[in-house]
Design a protein around this ligand. Sequence first.
Ligand SMILES: Nc1ncnc2c1ncn2[C@@H]1O[C@H](COP(=O)(O)OP(=O)(O)OP(=O)(O)O)[C@@H](O)[C@H]1O
Ligand SMILES: [Mg+2]
Length: 339
Amino acid sequence: MITLLGIESSCDETSAAVLRDGTLLSNVTVSQMAHIAHGGVVPELASRAHQQLIVPIVEEALKQAGVTRSELSAVAAVYGPGLIGSLLVGLSFGKAFAAGLGIPFIGVNHMEAHLLSHFIDEPRPEYPFVNLTVSGGHTQLVLVRGTFDYALLGETRDDAAGEAFDKVAKMLGAGYPGGPAIDRLAAEGNPRFVSFPRPALDDDSFEFSFSGLKTSVLYYLRKVGYRPGDSPQLMRDVAASFQTAVVDVLLAKLMRAAERFGVRDVAVAGGVSANSELRRRLQMEATIRHLRAHIPRFDLCTDNGAMVALVGYEHLRAGRTSPDDLTAHPDLQFAVSRA
Ligand SMILES: Nc1ncnc2c1ncn2[C@@H]1O[C@H](COP(=O)(O)OP(=O)(O)OP(=O)(O)O)[C@@H](O)[C@H]1O
Ligand SMILES: [Mg+2]
């Protein structure tokens, strides 16, 4: 029996989870509130909040799982990419916790964790599959050929999709966090109200670009003299038009990759996979093409300890553990080959 504690602290979510033989027993996540007043994540506040939250959250994850410390086989924590101060809290805690219990420690790549979040719940994807990770800091299209066998098909050349959501939400005065705010507004808006550009939609690459789209929204708002609070309907219509443009591009590239590599399973992970239009249209597009679509349940879309525990479990089963002197790597790359 393998029982793992997984810890996530790369940005502004403090989370811990317990996984036993691949089955999730608990997943406790706190999204830090300290950043709301600032309209974005303040790194110093994030690491301080992790310091306060890490012990009670780990205790709560063990309690909810009904697992005692002595039953743990290993501890996994994220060591990059992310904010250095935030990473250091979870990583140092995880290493010390494992050392105190005399059990192995596994450092986990945060992007690999998002990618493997599809393996927490049934039905799991079958290899090979194409995954799109869309989060606050990344937009990556990856061909997953097998366990630990990843080929990067393309990434964003500038802003990540989640970053674009957050910035457009700020322009609209929609509040923070921006993604969920746009999602809610868009539900009551007209997606055809403004025809924003679909960057890189028709080129043959698997690269993305969201900076131009974001600027188009800014120019449009300037042109119509938009001021937050003036017209709630205009706010909803712009949110819906922007969201549809992003989803059009994301799904077009994902479906094209599925066709190019002849896969039967397509998947979307990362914070933006919580978006309701993306979820609905992914399912629709996949059905039309006789593909199986995978998207994590809501609490596994944004940062969580469960996906970290899952990656730790896979590495442990493959006999891979981390050295005691593993340090945090804010710019940690995802170890993938090119397709
Ligand atoms: N319903 C939603 N619609 C669109 N975007 C969303 C939604 N919910 C969350 N997001 C976006 O997801 C992002 C957060 O995702 P996540 O927590 O995976 O990112 P991160 O960990 O900060 O970045 P990374 O994983 O790249 O290091 C934010 O940009 C947020 O606006
Ligand atoms: Mg993330």
